[in-house]
Design a protein around this ligand. Sequence first.
Ligand code: ADP
Ligand code: MG
Length: 697
Amino acid sequence: MSESKHLPIYRHKAELIQAVKNSNFLVVTGETGSGKTTQLPQYLYQAGICKDGKIGITQPRRVAAITVAQRVAQEMQCTLGREVGYQVRFDDCTTQDTVVKYMTDGCLLREILADSLLSQYRVVILDEVHERSLSTDILLGLLKKIFSDPAKATSGRSVPLKVVVMSATLDTDKLSAFLGDCPVFAIPGRTFPVTCTFGSAVGPKDIESTNYVKEVVKVALNVHTTEMAGDILVFLTGQSEIEQACDLLYEKAESIDYRYDVYDQTVEGLLILPLYGSMPTDQQRQIFQPAPPRIRKCVVATNIAATSLTINGIKYIVDSGFVKQLNHNSRVGMDILEVVPISKSEAQQRAGRAGRTSAGKCFRIYTKEFWEKKMPEFTVPEIQRTSLTSVVLTLKCLGIHDVIRFPYLDCPEERFILEALKQLYQFDAIDRRGRVTQLGELMVELPLPPGLARAVLKAASLGCQDLLLPVAAMLSVENIFIRPGHPNKQKEADIKHRALATRSGSMNDFATLLTVFQACKSSDRPSGWCKDNWIHWRALKSAFAVETQLQEIVAHLQRKRDFPVETFDGQKNELFRRCLCAGYFTNVARRSVGKAFCTMDGHGSIVQIHPSSSLFDQEAELNWVLFHDVLVTSRVYIRTVCPIQYEWVKDLLPKLHEVDVYELSSVARKEVTDEEVKKWESREAAKRRPEVSTVDV
Ligand code: ADP
Ligand code: MG
């Protein structure tokens, strides 16, 4: 309790509560670590605001939602899940008693679908808005649209909803203007100078070739041996890199002789801690604990430590200069997770983490030239670089037809919106007029990408969801196959993985996922089974939980009166693959020459089967395949592959070429009212044309 009184936000407690009471929209800004996320909800709770409803706080990252909820429950001295709880996709830790609810932005978006007035809430806090995640941006637009009109704000609600938007950056004028010039509350905070130095390891030419993991390890060890006491925070891009770096650090730190090698003689050891999204939460808790006396802490983290989570005591930053980012790749027409240089503003944010409590130092491993030539000024908001398919479907389900003129804080490119409409049309989620179909309404209920959702629904209508739900669950968790670094161990793991693939009967990576799921589940010692087979037990445990939740959703959908029912007369193996075809016909490729395949989605990209697939090296026997995703390196690889027959997709493929995106644009801009639709319908009926070539969206 006393600890939180030292936070910058504490002195403004009364003013802040008043500011929230005074207006329906409020922007709150303050340096990271000032206490916005953990304290403001508690202040509002203490002020008695919860007697009229819950406080919901959104986070773009699921780890942040969970960790912060844990912290706040601890500060409020309650059990997590009681007064304070969290909800993230596939993990709901709330009860009837929960009044302070941390959740991912995606979860709140789903809640709006079920109840657009958010009647259970008194306050909604959109946190980390500067991150500009896709769902947060959409929430901003939706909350503005639904609640900014004072007349509408209370309609159907007993009291108006209070919306607080929190951001770490000072660029709040734009946010305030967007929200009808709402007041801005800036929490004054003091920061200390951070000296930044550039390195020589990464120049503008070696984005792909440099081993920056080795380099950050070298720099971190150098800091440890030559700098005064103070903790180190290293920024890398993802789990496997972080684990690799931690292993290297352990190894190298072993040989340090603290009598001779270390400049600051008060330092007698190094505590190495990884921090990434899918880490077990008990391990995450360790991050925040102070290191034992005379021990220096070194946290190796993803970008999550840049603003979402604040670790006290950090004095040194080692910045790799890279981040993992989801980007739409126009070459293959899909979203791809790739490692890219961070923006300059991001680099400054990272450096700033060293100056919270005293002056600090930031060591960048890249050159000044890299900074100037390769790093953009600002990070492009996610809405401008990823697929909008799920979001557009959500908006349409909320009755927002004009998805082009939706109030976006920054508009996505129109072609991305049209691409999303096209995909939804191809999936039969919307009709020619852009209205959500019955299938679309079912699809939006499943927290899965549209293609996978459609495959699952197909299976459900055929009564064989038991085949598809485990696969969907396995594709929703992190990679389940362990890839050991050591070549001998890698061979051993490969043999086991191949054996699992063979065990599934047909060479088909989706079937392998099903086999692994079932075999592990029915094993007496599932964790031991995983160990023997080089499978991540933790990932599988999550997959089991995800499958259970998906099952509940599907069962609920099946109880709906008009849920489609189909039958199929044939082998299970074919049935399984036909269901996959229903969702993945957009990801179909046909073999061209040698090992190459050509995609059928109109892009005609040349792709190859990734070596991790059980179908790798079997290309000669294949003609048609479908795949889950692609990996772009110097080549384009398809991963998680399944052989199919042309007949199964023959009727679906033409749909991919039925609409031209540019045809869509002329009608997409218009607000489609019911009257207009009726007019079109009667016009069409009058013409009695059997086939209409343009699509009205
Ligand atoms: P902001 O949202 O303004 O960036 P936070 O509310 O996240 O600030 O952090 C306020 C303080 O709470 C920081 O000093 C941070 O280290 C501390 N804190 C946050 N989460 C935890 C945790 N799980 N364990 C210990 N300290 C934490
Ligand atoms: Mg915060």
